[in-house]
Ligand binder design. Sequence first.
Ligand SMILES: NC(=O)c1ccc[n+]([C@@H]2O[C@H](COP(=O)([O-])OP(=O)(O)OC[C@H]3O[C@@H](n4cnc5c(N)ncnc54)[C@H](O)[C@@H]3O)[C@@H](O)[C@H]2O)c1
Ligand SMILES: O=P(O)(O)OC[C@H](O)CO
Length: 308
Amino acid sequence: AVAAAKADSDVTLLARREEIAAECRRSGRNEAALPGIPLPGGLAYSADPAVLIDADIVLFAMPSQEHRAAARAYGASIGADATIVTCAKGMEQATGRLLTDVLGEELPGHRIAVLSGPGFAADIARGLPTAMVIAATDMALAKGLAAALSGPTFRLYPSTDRIGVQLGGALKNVLAIACGIVEGAGLGDSARAALISRGLAEMSRFVAARGGEGDTVRGLSGLGDLVLTATSHQSRNLRFGIALGKDGRASGGGELVEGAFAASVAGRVASDLGIDMPITEAVAAIIDGRLDVSAALERLMSRPITQE
Ligand SMILES: NC(=O)c1ccc[n+]([C@@H]2O[C@H](COP(=O)([O-])OP(=O)(O)OC[C@H]3O[C@@H](n4cnc5c(N)ncnc54)[C@H](O)[C@@H]3O)[C@@H](O)[C@H]2O)c1
Ligand SMILES: O=P(O)(O)OC[C@H](O)CO
């Protein structure tokens, strides 16, 4: 909402509770979500879903597992011509479906796009330079959304690979957890570099098997986001992995850790599709308590030597 408000003067942030909207309106801040960061003067706030009826673009900025419920809750309030954009990074855990498919099922007739790539909310809200990607099946739509939402410090690159872009965002979270485990267990920087590059190969295989373009993962929503979340302690997925690597136990401290959901979904879907995803499977097994870190490492290191 902050990035959109800097690009366009007519943006409303829809909260679920009126007290949050009122606090943002009164103080020009959202201390719980973005402490110490002033929000743009032109941004409007509401807790009334009726505001959705006039929106040309509706951004879904909530956890992946909430998308279906939110689409059901807000769908009737959204205008028939609105384009829906998911900003989340994940897959539906119960079904393994992409979020654009979940939204397409729940909001038939709407055009559905995805915004993903390297960008921490706090960096974007502070106005630090950020480049991300917006994907729609129609390039003209992706370009239009990129033009509408890009601003002086927020740059969107259009793409038509909705599958690759959203899987890049979902799977990099799993690899960020893996890099956190490596950091927490003190396995060294070389191991992290190996995980990033071999993880990228896993991502590419998965994207291609799901009907996307394997090369998309070399872009912003893939390598770009993986480098960010595998190296910055701002990342909740990385911090979750560090705790796992140190204590051997999963504890997210109540924070959203999208990779913990994505690991089990991707592991399951990969096995159904017959794709080899050893790192993702190891992360899922460590989170579930089926393997400890040293057993997972031994399993990864003793795999048959294959050609890169
Ligand atoms: N925080 C970041 O830096 C960042 C950056 C890029 C993408 N994302 C992605 O955005 C998604 C959300 O992450 P976040 O950091 O905002 O999480 P968060 O937990 O900080 O905030 C989630 C928000 O969603 C709201 N929400 C929860 N259930 C809802 C529902 N059913 N209907 C409407 N609203 C609901 C909550 O009230 C909360 O305001 C995730 O998929 C994440 O990967 C986050
Ligand atoms: O805090 P994380 O790990 O959810 O990462 C946030 C964003 O996905 C970074 O691009």
